[in-house]
Design a protein around this ligand. Sequence first.
Ligand SMILES: [Fe+2]
Length: 240
Amino acid sequence: MIDLHNHIIPAVDDGCASLDESLMLARIFRDNGYRALCATPHIRQGMFDNSEEALKAAGQALAAEIAGSGIGIDFRFAAEYYFDERLLAALDRPENLLTLDPRGRYILIEFSYQRAPLRLKEFVFQLSLKGLRMVMAHPERYDWIANDFEFAADLAAMGAVMQGTLSSLAGEMGSRPSRTLKAMLRNDLIHIIASDCHGPDSAIRMLENSLKTLKKETNAETAEILLEKNPAIIYEGRSL
Ligand SMILES: [Fe+2]
């Protein structure tokens, strides 16, 4: 499996606090059957004011540590961009964006939980003109998606990739995101499932529980598509 959303880079956001925690989490992923990770630290104005340059340095440092550790898991890094002015400005220089793939095609974006951004469809279209695909982080947590699957389906039809979250399935975000995600899975509105792991503390239990739940909610073949096949396409920058 390949995880495309986690906060394993140490001391850059609310994820892992130290290199020890990061390496511990990398081992937990490997032990649960993961072969590759793409780290996605937060970039959010006023809350996580990370520059692409600083995250590149931190990502490369962790890459070297993981490679030297003998853990045996493939690693790259991107970012989880919050939909704000900072992101809109960054899109003017797409060559600097931290994308989930080496070709600069897939960008992970999270949104306000309560309010839908105005003109989101236009935004997805504008991204496509730049050769970018939006990967929507945890759609099951947004009220405006939970209340409007048709809107989610429209976004998907326009090329948005929907990333459901293991931690939501595990009930870590309350019962509503878990219910919503199960309904989205039944309606074929989810393309990939990622962990959104923030540290090693609850990771073992969370991964075991949620992976079991996912296999129960879908089937082995669908789980393979959501956890391995589609994530691999994105990780390699191929067309989904
Ligand atoms: Fe996240």
